[in-house]
Design a protein around this ligand. Structure first.
Ligand SMILES: Nc1ncnc2c1ncn2[C@@H]1O[C@H](COP(=O)(O)OP(=O)(O)OP(=O)(O)O)[C@@H](O)[C@H]1O
Length: 219
């Protein structure tokens, strides 16, 4: 569903931080993206989400070649990909419920059609009791789960999560991992960028390892 071929990336005139990155994301697959700090995990997530353009190489997303695609089609492709950013990006003036519902509101959906879905998802991530609270009052782990719920509300085909257990204690990290595995069983392809070794050791999943700008894939 997503294909990278010899992708290279540099910021401005800086060094090339991703070199000849080649891989495919298969439907319903589960993989970790790992590598040392600064290796380029976040940059690769941004390329996958199409919020960054490569300096060279081919990227195909759902069959569309990004170098030739009509820019107006990008929002529709992005809607098929859910992303959880490292810094959550929740809106502080909206409640947890409103934050999670936002992608649907923006897409012009009627609240009466989605209210129960949002409530159900918030319960699924363990935020049923916190849905009317504003993000500044949420704990780090609660914010994380709100961001995950917001990424999932549109039922994306791919979920990208950048260090999703970076702000939580080990029991909650395991719970979030179970949530991602459950989501994967329901059919979503999942990419988790992390350098949390404990997390990696819990699942025998595909590993995409970045080092010195190059990607190695271990099935
Ligand atoms: N907007 C930017 N402009 C210039 N350089 C950048 C930019 N974003 C990232 N970089 C550089 O690209 C390299 C890779 O950064 P990136 O954040 O992708 O790595 P990472 O593996 O996600 O790191 P971490 O695990 O610490 O989050 C780093 O050297 C970083 O300084």
């Amino acid at each position: 569903m997503i294909r990278f071929e010899n992708v290279g990336l540099r910021y401005g005139m800086g060094p090339e931080i991703l070199k000849d990155v080649t891989f495919q994301l298969e439907p319903q697959s589960f993989q970790f993206l790992t590598g040392p700090s600064g290796a380029g995990k976040t940059s690769l997530i941004r390329l996958l989400f199409m919020s960054l353009r490569p300096t060279r190489g081919l990227i195909q997303v759902f069959g569309h070649d990004l170098s030739t695609i009509d820019k107006q089609k990008l929002p529709n492709l992005r809607r098929r990909i859910g992303v959880v950013f490292q810094d959550f990006r929740l809106l502080d003036h909206l409640t947890t419920y409103e934050n999670v519902a936002l992608p649907l509101r923006v897409a012009g959906k009627d609240e009466s059609d989605y209210r129960s879905d949002v409530v159900e998802l918030l319960k699924w991530v363990g935020l049923g009791e916190r849905m009317h609270v504003m993000p500044p009052i949420l704990s780090g782990g609660e914010k994380q789960r709100a961001a995950i719920a917001r990424a999932l509300i549109t039922r994306p085909e791919v979920l990208l999560a950048d260090e999703p257990t970076g702000n939580v204690d080990p029991p909650l990290a395991r719970r979030l991992l179970r949530l991602f595995l459950e989501l994967n069983k329901l059919g979503t392809s999942v990419v988790i960028a992390t350098h949390d070794i404990a997390l990696l050791e819990q699942v025998d999943a595909r590993r995409m390892v970045l080092a010195d700008g190059r990607l190695s894939v271990f099935e």
